[in-house]
Ligand binder design. Structure first.
Ligand code: SAM
Length: 243
């Protein structure tokens, strides 16, 4: 708390590791959300059902900012013909993700500790994935534009990117009627914005909103961006992007 208060005057940001309970907490939230919605509601609607068919047949999938790998464990179990890779720069979260993968006996899922902002210069991953997901994992990156350019770099020519993030408008005045506005801005000020400011970062915060999200996706070079609301998850919005 003291670090957060101090940061209001310096704006220097706070590193992720200063929130030692964050990953376990996030994992609990994601578990509840993804268990209910990912396989049953979200994936069947991606690209009008075509993504589900491709996952069943077998494709290469990456989840960026995967945390403890909740979404990946579910997908790897449901789509044994597909190959999954999780990327996160938090080594302790990846340790946890690997342990669960071993416990579940999954052979089609691996993890890498990497900085999303550095993927665009990583030749090993160039055009390597058919589908990339980022669940709640772009707004608190220090360098989100570089991370999004990295996603394009990693996508195969016909690849798709699903970015799922908090639904809001970019201008605070347009969020006056947001049913969870005060709560989400508070969480953002306490965690997302400080971590996003670290490493001389952008500090978008979780209420960065649709306008900024679409603008960053365009700047990263994505051509066809759909902004899709999700009946099963009204708090978030799905940006479906073609490479
Ligand atoms: C809000 S959590 C979401 C985790 C997971 N996608 C989920 O839904 O449970 C954001 C994740 O992004 C990761 N992250 C933040 N900055 C990153 C970076 N530069 N490179 C890779 N991962 C990053 C964090 O470590 C964290 O696991």
């Amino acid at each position: 708390m003291t670090r957060v208060l101090d940061d209001f005057s310096t704006g220097a940001g706070i590193e992720f590791s200063a929130y030692p309970r964050f990953q376990a907490f996030m994992s609990q939230l994601s578990h509840a959300k993804h268990r209910q919605g990912l396989i049953l509601h979200f994936l069947p609607r991606v690209d009008d059902g075509r993504m589900m068919a491709r996952l069943v047949k077998g494709i290469r999938v990456c989840d960026l900012g995967c945390g403890q790998g909740i979404a990946l464990h579910l997908m790897a179990q449901h789509f044994p013909a597909s190959v999954f890779v999780g990327i996160d720069n938090d080594a302790s979260a990846i340790d946890e993700a690997r342990q669960t993968t071993a416990d579940l006996g999954l052979k089609n899922l691996t993890f890498q500790v990497k900085d999303a902002a550095a993927m665009e210069i990583d030749s090993d991953v160039s055009e390597k994935f058919d589908y990339i997901t980022a669940f709640d994992a772009v707004h608190d990156q220090s360098h989100p534009l570089a991370a999004l350019r990295g996603v394009r770099h990693m996508l195969a020519q016909e690849g798709l990117f699903s970015m799922v993030d908090i639904d809001a408008a970019s201008h605070p005045a347009q969020n006056m009627d947001h049913p969870m506005g005060p709560f989400l801005y508070t969480v953002s000020l306490m965690h997302c914005m400080p971590v996003g400011l670290s490493d001389q970062g952008r500090g978008l915060g979780m209420m960065w909103g649709r306008e900024q999200a679409v603008s960053l996706l365009e700047q990263a070079g994505f051509s066809h961006i759909q902004v899709l609301e999700m009946a099963h998850d009204p708090c978030n919005v799905h940006y479906l992007c073609h490479r």
